[in-house]
Design a protein around this ligand. Structure first.
Ligand code: IPM
Ligand code: MG
Length: 359
């Protein structure tokens, strides 16, 4: 029997509640598809700051590096908001992305049929089946560039720098082209090449890599136009590839098209097979501990983990099918509509598990 080692980073706020439900579901698919999972827990973010004084303890890095994959809840909260930038919970998240070399962040924005009404866009704009994959560069650009403050003649300034090297752009471009090949063979590279030098290098490099993928229809878009096109005509997009900061912003926008940020999963991948999987929503401190969080994005992240890092596509598919099924009759409060049953975080995890068992 195959055995996988998974490191859990439950994090802060609703993180522990939602990860627990994903573990419940993982245990059910493991049993059904005949593999074993060993879990190790490690601290990241606010909880790590409270316990050790730093958001990313060395031990966490070691436990993540030795795992087949990492499942993360969420980090951050008001308690740690006034700490200096380099010791905030978010610094832990950037740190683990860097330490594991997770340069490729896949953020699918899909509309679940039964949740179509939740989209703020009109029916005729979203069509029947919206499915966009945002491929975000995750370990470079302004998030990792030189930053600092200086004071000259009593005037304070602060700066952050956007810098990309050709190899960094090439590898993320290849991930995006490969993804487009598995989908509808359409790739849109998003930049601000009318202003930024780093974007001009981005464009040149993506163009060069496109020669390796003659079947993929490549277009370019400026980021401001892309932000507009995503709500004007989202159906034009299949795969979007972009820099760290543009991807951060556009993936939030793309997720809202689906109506429910509580539903969307993500995968962060390195050159190695192991990856880190997390919901794209945050730690929602306002509802932490109330038992009303939506665990589905984390459960779907566990499905992505099975598909991309553990080579268990059937198990992944069974989770995705069960989520589709459960939405027909049960909803957490964030996506509740009349005619369905309002359930807690824990009940949602149990229902998904039962559907998988009974299929
Ligand atoms: C995300 C988040 C993070 C980011 C924050 C929490 C540092 O917004 O994963 O999109 O900006 O990358
Ligand atoms: Mg973000």
């Amino acid at each position: 029997m195959k055995n996988y080692n998974i490191t859990l980073l439950k994090g802060d706020g609703i993180g522990p509640e939602i990860v627990n439900e994903a573990v419940k579901v993982l245990n059910v698919v493991a049993e059904k598809y005949n593999f074993g999972i060993n879990y190790t827990e490690a601290d990241l973010g606010g909880i790590a700051i409270d316990k050790t004084g730093v958001p990313l303890p060395e031990e966490t890095i070691i436990k993540c590096k030795s795992a087949d994959a990492v499942l993360l809840g969420a980090v951050g909260g008001p308690k740690w908001d006034n700490l200096a930038g380099n010791i905030r919970p978010e610094a832990g998240l950037l740190g683990i992305r860097g330490a594991l070399g997770l340069f490729a962040n896949l953020r699918p924005a899909v509309i679940f049929k039964s949740l179509k009404d939740a989209s703020p866009l009109k029916d005729n704009i979203i069509g029947d089946n919206l499915d966009i994959m945002v491929v975000r560069e995750l370990t470079g650009g302004i998030y990792f560039g030189e930053r600092g403050r200086e004071e000259i003649n009593g005037v304070q300034s602060a700066y952050d720098t956007e810098k990309y090297s050709v190899p960094e752009i090439e590898r993320i471009a290849r991930v995006a082209f490969d993804m487009a090949m598995k989908r509808n063979k359409k790739l849109c590279s998003v930049d601000k090449a009318n202003v930024l030098e780093s974007s001009r290098l981005w464009r040149e490099t993506v163009t060069k890599i496109s020669k390796e993928y003659p079947e993929v229809e490549l277009k370019y878009m400026y980021v401001d136009n892309c932000a507009m096109q995503l709500v004007r005509n989202p159906k034009q997009f299949d795969v979007i590839v972009t820099s760290n900061i543009f991807g951060d912003i556009l993936s939030d926008e793309a997720s809202m098209i689906s109506g429910s940020i509580g539903m969307l999963a993500s995968a962060s991948l390195s050159e190695a097979k192991s990856g880190l999987y997390e919901p794209i929503h945050g730690s929602a401190p306002d509802i932490a501990g109330m038992g009303i969080a939506n665990p589905l994005a984390t459960i779907l992240s566990a499905a992505m983990m099975l598909r991309y890092s553990l080579d268990e596509p059937d198990a992944a598919q069974s989770i995705e099918n069960a989520v589709d099924e459960v939405l027909k009759f049960a909803r957490t409060p964030d996506i509740y509509t009349e005619g369905t049953k309002k359930v807690s975080c824990e009940e949602m995890g149990t229902l998904v598990s039962e559907i998988i068992k009974n299929k």
